[in-house]
Design a protein around this ligand. Structure first.
Ligand SMILES: NC(=O)c1ccc[n+]([C@@H]2O[C@H](COP(=O)([O-])OP(=O)(O)OC[C@H]3O[C@@H](n4cnc5c(N)ncnc54)[C@H](O)[C@@H]3O)[C@@H](O)[C@H]2O)c1
Ligand SMILES: O=C(O)C[C@H](O)C(=O)O
Length: 335
């Protein structure tokens, strides 16, 4: 199996590559980045990190003969053989560098114009290869996913815009709040919280409070609490950036979430009886929306989105989803 990480010399791309390479020692990983030397620095380090584990430290983690390679290509030099053709899954983290405008809430939109141009170029590159499931991380991820889909000519189900970190963030905040309500019951773990999030990866997130559970039981929040929960989810990635000297965004939760999605794609999809996962995919009438890409519940197979699941939403959730769609359409110039 082969994964291509486009933007693999950067923070998120190299973190995804590390996570995948250590989880799947035989996986071939290619890092595509115009900063090829920087990518090569990651590739050498990554290869050492995975080959390390074949040596006996008490016992080897895997058989040395199954070790996969980590390689680098410069996408601007028409690499042959084409790594897009070789890939079983692609991750796109290619992005304009973070600017001073991107350091606060709403900052994802500051790289819109340049990242749409990058997406158009990548789409042209991808177009000559067979459709391959592609997880899009570069921000603003829903708009970039939409542009990449349009430019590639691949089926819409090939594209999955990544927005899942918000699910981890909201679970953490809900666990804290529910624990504080009844301290005598002990702490609730975020692992016991289920709160899917639809909509935009940005200010227009739509937490589905009507389906939220703690330990499998429905949980209610007053409107004032919902506002505070939303505020936390929107702000915390920017607090993380600031705490890390405005250098990198949330590489660990993002790297882990993307690696989980890629792992499921390589295994042939999600379990049919598991909860759907919320990822951005181009819509064609689902939820009454067309010509826009935003996060909705999806079931995965080995090619990408096998099915978009249409949940019954509350009136407030539906209106918020429509507002998210409007905001995305507007910034793409689609009215
Ligand atoms: N969706 C999410 O949840 C989420 C989370 C974190 C970061 N992000 C976004 O992911 C993107 C990457 O973040 P980062 O911190 O890794 O940035 P980064 O600047 O460290 O890395 C971006 C990399 O893309 C490369 N690149 C630029 N143009 C390219 C092209 N045409 N082809 C291939 N590579 C190209 C750059 O050389 C650089 O190495 C940003 O847009 C960021 O906002 C999204
Ligand atoms: O890169 C960012 O601006 C933040 C990122 O989208 C995140 O959710 O961590």
């Amino acid at each position: 199996m082969h994964v291509l990480v486009v933007g693999g010399g950067g923070t998120i791309g190299s973190t995804v590559a590390y996570t995948l390479a250590t989880q799947h020692p035989s996986l071939e990983v290619t890092l595509a980045d115009p900063k090829a030397e920087r990518a090569e620095g990651h590739a050498i380090d990554l290869f050492h990190s995975r080959s390390h584990a074949a040596h006996a430290i008490g016992r080897p983690e895997f058989e040395a003969s199954t070790l996969g390679d980590v390689s680098v290509v410069d996408p601007t030099s028409s690499p042959e053989p084409d790594p897009v053709e070789a890939a079983d899954a692609i991750v796109v983290t290619a992005s304009e560098p973070r600017s001073s405008d991107s350091l606060e809430r709403g900052g994802r939109l500051s790289v819109l114009e340049r990242n749409l141009e990058i997406a158009s170029d990548l789409g042209e590159w991808f177009a000559s290869a067979d459709p391959t499931p592609t997880v899009v991380v570069a921000n603003p991820s829903d708009r970039v996913t939409h542009r990449l889909w349009e430019a590639s000519g691949w089926p819409r189900g090939s594209f999955l815009g990544y927005s899942l970190s918000e699910t981890a963030r909201i679970a953490d905040e809900i666990a804290r709040r529910v624990s504080a309500r009844e301290p005598s019951n002990g702490d609730v773990s975020p692992a016991d919280v289920y709160c899917p999030i639809l909509g935009e990866h940005g200010e227009h997130i739509v937490p589905v409070f009507s389906r939220t559970t703690v330990d499998g039981r429905p949980v209610e929040f007053a409107e004032s609490e919902r506002v505070e929960i939303l505020d936390y989810v929107r702000s915390v990635p920017y607090d993380v950036i600031e705490m890390r000297d405005n250098g990198d965004s949330s590489r660990w939760v993002t790297g882990r979430g993307i690696s989980l999605i890629v792992s499921r794609l390589l295994e042939g999809g999600t379990d049919p009886d598991a909860d759907p996962v919320c990822l951005a995919t181009p819509l064609d009438g689902e939820y009454g929306l067309k010509g826009v890409t935003l996060s909705v519940p999806v079931v995965l197979d080995g090619d990408g989105v096998a099915e978009i699941v249409e949940w019954d939403l509350s009136t407030d959730e539906r209106e918020r989803l429509e507002r998210a769609a409007e905001s995305i359409r507007e910034s793409l110039g689609h009215r």
